[in-house]
Write a new protein. Structure first.
Length: 292
C-alpha cells in the first residue's frame, strides 16, 4: 500500500523506523527485532539505508520480509550521495522488483573526505536529483523526503532550506518526514513557515524516544536538535538509572505525540531503533488515542 494513502486519514497514524544489521552475523537478531515490531501492526515501517555508518546490504531484505510476512507497508530508504547513475538505477530496479512501492529519497550524509573533494562531477548532489531519478524510472513510487524543523546543519538559513525543500517537493515528493525534535513548538513554527511557502504535502513528525543517557549526546550530534530544559532535567535526574531513564524517555516521547495529535498533527514516525519493547510501550500508552 502506498504510504501517502495512509497519511491522508484524520486518525493518528503511528509508524516505526528500523535499521538493517551492521554486520552479517547480526542479521538474524535484527530481523527478529524488526518482526517483533511488525507484529504491532503499525501504519507502516521504514528501513534505513546505511545510516550511522551501517551497511545498506540488507535494507531491502528486511523491508520485503516485513511486507510479505506481516502485511505491513514498508518504506525503503535510499541515498544517492557520490553514487553513480548505474548504481542508483540498479537499486531502484531492485526496489521495484521486491514489490516495494514506497521510497524515502535521501542525499545521505557527507563524510569529511567528501566535503573536501571536488563534487562537480557527481551525478547526484542533492536528494532532489534522486527524486527526479525515481520519477523518471517510470515506476509508480510513493516518494518521501526528509525535512528539518531546526534547519539542516549545512543550510545558510531557514529561508534557503525551505526554498530547497519546496524544489524537492515540486520534483515529486509525496510526503516529508522530519528530523527528530524534542520541543514541539519548533515543529509548529516550521509547519507554519512551510505552509506559507506553498509546501502542502503531508508532514510526518519524527519522534525519537531517548531511552538511555548515552543516546543523548549521539542524538544531538546527529541531528543538531535543541534539548529543552525539561528534557535535560529528566536526563540529569534519571540518566544513571537505566530502567528509570527508559521509562522517563518513553513517557517524554508519548507526551510529545499526544501534544502533536491534540494539535492536529496526525502522522507520527517513531525512531524505534530496533527496540520492540520501546515501540510496544509507546503504542500501548496511546492505545485509546490511536482508536480515536
Ligand atoms: P537534501 O535534501 O539534499 O538537503 C541537504 C542540504 O542541501 C540542505 O542544507 C538543503 O537545504 C541543501 N540543498 C538541497 N537541495 C539543494 C540544491 N539544489 N542546491 C543547493 N543546496 C541544496 N541518512 C542515511 O544515510 N540513511 C538513511 O536511511 C537516512 N534516513 C533519514 C531519514 C530522515 C527522516 C532524515 C531526516 C534523515 C535521514 N538520513 C539518512 C540523514 C540524511 O541523509 C542527512 O540528513 C543528509 O545530510 C541530508 O539528506 P537530505 O535528503 O535531507 O538532503
Amino acid at each position: 500500500m502506498k504510504i501517502i494513502d495512509l497519511l491522508r486519514e484524520d486518525r493518528l497514524s503511528l509508524s516505526f523506523e528500523v535499521f538493517p544489521p551492521k554486520t552479517d552475523t547480526a542479521f538474524e537478531s535484527v530481523k527478529s527485532a524488526t518482526e517483533e515490531i511488525a507484529k504491532l501492526k503499525p501504519a507502516f515501517m521504514s528501513v534505513t539505508y546505511g545510516a550511522g555508518g551501517g551497511t545498506s546490504k540488507y535494507t531491502l531484505d528486511i523491508a520485503k520480509n516485513i511486507k510479505d510476512t506481516y502485511g505491513v507497508s514498508t518504506l525503503a530508504h535510499l541515498t544517492c550521495v557520490s553514487s553513480t547513475k548505474e548504481t542508483v538505477r540498479k537499486k531502484i530496479e531492485e526496489i521495484r522488483a521486491a514489490g516495494i512501492c514506497n521510497v524515502m529519497a535521501l542525499r545521505g550524509d557527507l563524510t569529511p573526505e567528501m566535503e573536501n573533494s571536488d563534487r562537480s562531477g557527481w551525478s547526484y548532489r542533492h536528494a532532489v536529483d534522486l527524486v527526479r531519478e525515481l520519477r523518471e524510472s517510470g515506476a509508480d513510487f510513493c516518494i518521501g523526503g526528509a525535512c528539518y524543523p531546526e534547519i539542516h546543519p549545512e543550510s545558510v538559513n531557514q529561508k534557503d532550506d525551505i526554498l530547497r525543500l519546496k524544489e524537492k517537493v515540486d520534483a515529486g515528493c509525496d510526503f516529508l518526514t522530519t528530523q527528530m525534535f524534542f520541543d514541539n513548538n519548533l515543529l509548529y513554527n516550521f509547519m507554519y513557515k512551510i505552509r506559507e511557502a506553498g509546501i502542502t504535502v503531508p508532514i510526518v513528525a519524527g519522534i525519537m524516544p531517548i531511552t538511555n543517557a548515552n543516546q543523548v549526546e549521539r542524538a544531538i550530534k546527529l541531528s543538531g536538535s535543541h534539548m529543552p530544559q525539561r528534557f535535560k532535567s529528566l536526563v540529569d535526574k534519571f540518566g544513571t538509572s537505566p530502567a528509570a531513564m527508559k521509562q522517563a524517555g518513553i513517557a517524554y516521547a508519548t507526551d510529545q505525540i499526544i501534544d502533536l495529535y491534540a494539535n492536529n498533527i496526525t502522522n507520527v514516525h517513531v525512531y524505534s531503533m530496533n527496540k520492540p519493547d520501546v515501540a510496544e510501550k509507546i503504542q500501548a500508552n496511546l492505545s485509546h488515542i490511536i482508536g480515536l
